[in-house]
Design a protein around this ligand. Structure first.
Ligand code: HEM
Length: 381
């Protein structure tokens, strides 16, 4: 049985494409059971009683919670991510995107991931959470460190990066807290409102607030940046689609295209589960306590469901698209992510006449377990 889904330098998609027709479930070098087929990933994601999300000894809110406890936190937190809650930020995101695009050089290579995706994600997120602009460089450094630590598989490095993030968040929380203590005006940004949020009749603890912000930020910064890389690579290699979008398509159509491009090359590779009892899935018997990975990237390319996985067909594939997951842990940030990605693309396309890959430097794939691209050098004209 193939056992290595983590080797550096491989395009994870090409590898899982070769495995999936023969194996629905494979075991990786870390002893985790990786689900590769669409049906199996959906089955595990929907069976949250037997496939628990309590996979980490660290507090993970809401990701690591199960059942009623999870529901209580999601109810309290999802209200920050509804269309109404996000409406006040549309203009701000557009300004952030327009300023960034205006500052990009024309006629020379820029990296779609680090110079466009990461910068945009950090600035948009700071605007959303009410964080000061001078945190930008620290957040950018943190995203890079976080990716490097994740790639290395070195647990002590990952822990150090997590602690660095906690420290960064404390710098954001403290001024809001002391303003409250000193009777100053209560800030009314998203962070301040999160600090006043109650779950089960009591306010969130400090550790819980940090955990929520870590999960929002992890979702937002890392994934948005990777998504921008995937989207710009796709557009740069599909000039006819670029022209069509530049001539203007309705928002809903653009959103559907974004989802479909991300389905073809889903940079948010996998999430973990642990079995709560012996389970047979895909014909493989797993013991209680088995560590399982739901490989969204592979499931999103399952030929049994999508036919040719590279064929762009939003109307046909939307209902089975798993980019934002499925089941009780389905991504609460989907609307925010789609809004940010739509605005970033619109501004990039409006302010350019063409976006092409730099002929002098090849784009480089990210190293597993990070998906998408590490760098995508593009030239804007
Ligand atoms: C940019 C693209 C994004 C992608 C592709 C993505 C994808 C996903 C997926 C597949 C899950 C399911 C996890 C599971 O089943 O274990 C998830 C969960 C989650 N996402 Fe996202 N996400 C994105 C952006 C965001 C944003 C912008 C936020 C918040 C600001 C966010 C916050 C979360 C949280 C908190 C969870 C855990 C939900 C739970 O466990 O109940 N994500 N995301």
């Amino acid at each position: 049985m193939p056992d290595d889904l983590s080797a550096a330098g491989r395009d994870l998609r090409a590898y899982t494409d070769t495995l999936r027709p023969r194996h629905g479930v494979v075991r990786n070098i870390h002893g985790e059971w990786v689900l590769l087929r669409h049906g199996l990933v959906v089955e595990a994601a929907l069976d949250d009683e037997r496939f628990s999300s309590a996979v980490s000894s660290h507090l993970q809110i809401p990701n690591g919670l199960d059942a009623a406890e999870h529901t209580a936190y999601r109810q309290a937190l999802d209200r920050f991510l509804t269309p109404e809650a996000l409406a006040p930020f549309h203009e701000e995101f557009r300004r952030v995107a327009a300023d960034l695009v205006a500052s990009l050089p024309r006629g020379v290579a820029v990296d779609a991931v680090s110079e466009v995706g990461v910068r945009f994600a950090v600035r948009a997120q700071s605007a959303w959470l009410g964080w000061p602009a001078d945190l930008e460089d620290r957040l950018v450094t943190w995203v890079a460190e976080n990716h490097a630590a994740t790639r290395s598989g070195d647990k002590s490095w990952t822990l150090k990066v997590a602690e660095a993030f906690d420290e960064l968040i404390r710098c954001v929380l403290e001024p809001r807290r002391s303003a409250g203590r000193e009777g100053g005006a209560d800030a009314d940004d998203v962070t301040a409102r999160l600090m006043r949020t109650e779950v089960n009749g009591r306010p969130l603890t400090d550790a819980e607030i940090v955990s929520v912000l870590r999960n929002w930020t992890g979702g937002d910064l890392g994934s948005i940046a990777q998504c921008v890389g995937v989207l710009l690579h796709y557009l740069a290699t599909h000039p006819e689609l670029q022209d069509r979008l530049r001539s203007g398509v309705p928002e809903a159509e653009l959103d559907a295209l974004i989802d479909e491009i991300l389905r073809i090359d889903d940079p948010f590779v996998s999430n973990r589960r642990v079995t709560t009892c012996p389970v047979t899935i895909g014909g493989v018997a797993l013991p209680q306590g088995a560590r399982v990975k739901l490989n969204w990237t592979s499931a999103n390319r399952d030929e049994a469901v999508f036919g040719d996985p590279d064929a762009l067909d939003p109307a046909r594939n939307a209902s089975r698209n798993l980019v934002y997951g499925i089941g009780r842990h389905v991504c609460p940030g989907r609307l925010l992510a789609t809004l940010e990605l739509r605005i970033a693309l619109q501004e990039l396309l409006t302010a350019s006449s063409s976006i092409v890959l730099d002929p002098r430097q090849a784009a480089e794939r990210a190293v597993s377990p990070v998906g998408g691209w590490r760098t995508v050098p593009v030239v804007l004209a």
